[in-house]
Design a protein around this ligand. Structure first.
Ligand SMILES: *Cc1c(COP(=O)(O)O)cnc(C)c1O
Length: 419
């Protein structure tokens, strides 16, 4: 088959899949810049049209017209727990177990301390050495306040995370989906292994929330954090979430004891007394405008349902991998993500020695993914707005950029601050 015939057949096959796609109608509910194939929804989801409207309404009616009264009349004060209750079913939690607040980094700090407070006689935190760096920076920050603790890292202290978990371990911080490789872990199985050693399971769901079932409750997970501006389409810097299993609510302490986590913030009492329930993970005043945008993003995913989202996500990543292997492997591209769909999240990581320049050349041609050190081309596949045909066009563009060496120019090598 000639190259052109190969891509024409691939496109026809993808268009047939699009015609049968039960999620096809969601695409028009996003603002997507014309000419862009957006494969970076795992870093920043695009804007739902409803979020743009919600932002405008929250700014003009609730803030500008309602002023301070909106804390009560517009329900601002309850938004962190109300959004937590919207998010809960998407991660397999119950109402009252999730609160939307702060950033993932801050929530990790709170959740690590909360986990430690459940195992006061244990001295070790286990994490993945290849984790998203902020997770490890925060763990180091926790250690700075607790010099009696030690950090054990997968890839440093031993090859496998679970082999590092023994009776000295208080908390295991583990990602459901790895931000670079896309490796997906089984939440139920890993939680059971952590519990078998008597440790607390703290899940980071940044690359899984909103794109697949998580099943925290079924797995018996203790704590979790995650962000909402990736697959949940909450907007830049939209607040993150914390989950704590209800059975722990009475016992856990977190150190950022601000007034929003107080049992009665408007008593303005002198001493700190934590709120009962998940509210104790709050610290201070929350970004209400961002929460309004997030509300709209959450509603879209809830409406679509995670089962069809995961099914299409698997189909999109399979399609991309197959095309990249057939069309691009001969041009120096390697596959960094797990080849099996079950072991993979919703992203595909490829490698190329000139990965940064290749990605810049792709972006210049309207195919937006991102680059991660040292040589990784990362493509995220979000089923609510991507079409199967987009996947074919993206793979074809990659092949053309590689075959023509279009990436090989100084303009594409200049590094920007955010990659
Ligand atoms: C995106 C991401 C974060 C982001 O943290 P912020 O505090 O929201 O900036 C943290 N951890 C992981 C694993 C991520 O993927």
């Amino acid at each position: 088959m000639t190259d052109d015939a190969f891509w024409a057949a691939a496109l026809a096959d993808a268009e047939a899949a699009d015609a049968a796609d039960p999620l096809a109608g969601f695409r028009e509910r996003f603002h997507l810049p014309p000419g862009t194939i957006y494969l970076d929804g795992n870093s920043l989801g695009p804007a739902p049209l409803a979020a743009l409207e919600a932002l405008d309404g929250a700014a003009r009616r609730e803030w500008a017209d309602g002023l301070i009264g909106s804390w009560n009349s517009a329900g601002w004060f309850e938004l962190p727990t109300r959004l937590g209750d919207m998010l809960a079913p998407l991660i397999g939690a119950e109402a009252g177990e999730v609160v939307v607040t702060d950033t993932t980094s801050l929530n990790l700090y709170k959740a690590l301390h909360a986990g430690l407070s459940l195992r006061p006689d244990r001295r070790v935190i286990v994490a993945e050495g290849g984790s998203f760096p902020t997770d490890l920076y925060v763990a180091e920050g926790v250690l700075a306040t607790r010099p009696d603790l030690r950090l054990r890292l997968e890839g440093v202290d031993g090859p496998e995370l679970l082999d590092l978990v023994d009776e000295d371990v208080a908390v295991v911080l583990v990602n459901q989906v790895d931000y670079r490789t896309g490796l997906r872990r089984d939440v139920r199985e890993v939680t059971a292994r952590i519990h078998a050693a008597g440790a607390v399971a703290l899940w980071d769901l940044c690359h899984s929330a909103g794109i697949m079932e998580v099943g925290l409750g079924d797995a018996g997970a203790d704590l979790a954090v995650g962000c909402t501006y990736k697959y949940l389409n909450g907007g830049p810097g939209s607040p993150a979430f914390v989950y704590a299993a209800a059975r722990h609510h009475g016992d856990i302490r977190q150190p950022l004891s601000g007034w929003w986590g107080h049992a009665a913030p408007f008593d303005f009492a002198r001493g700190y007394a934590p709120a009962s329930g998940i509210r104790r993970f709050l610290c201070g005043t929350q970004p209400i405008l961002s929460m309004r945008a997030l509300e709209a993003g959450l509603a879209l995913t809830a409406e679509a349902g995670l089962a069809p989202v995961r099914a299409k996500s698997v189909a999109l990543t399979e399609r991309f991998l197959a095309l990249a292997e057939a069309g691009c492997a001969p041009l120096g591209v390697g596959v960094f993500s797990p080849r099996e769909a079950e072991a993979r999240g919703s992203q595909v990581a490829l490698t190329h020695p000139e990965g940064y320049a290749v990605m810049q050349a792709l972006i210049a041609r309207g195919v937006v993914g991102d680059f991660r050190m040292p040589d990784i081309l990362r493509f995220g596949f979000a089923p609510l707005y991507l079409r199967h045909a987009d996947v074919v066009r993206a793979a074809r563009t990659l092949q053309q950029v590689l075959a023509s060496r279009a990436w090989d120019c100084p303009r594409y090598r200049a590094r920007a601050a955010v990659t």
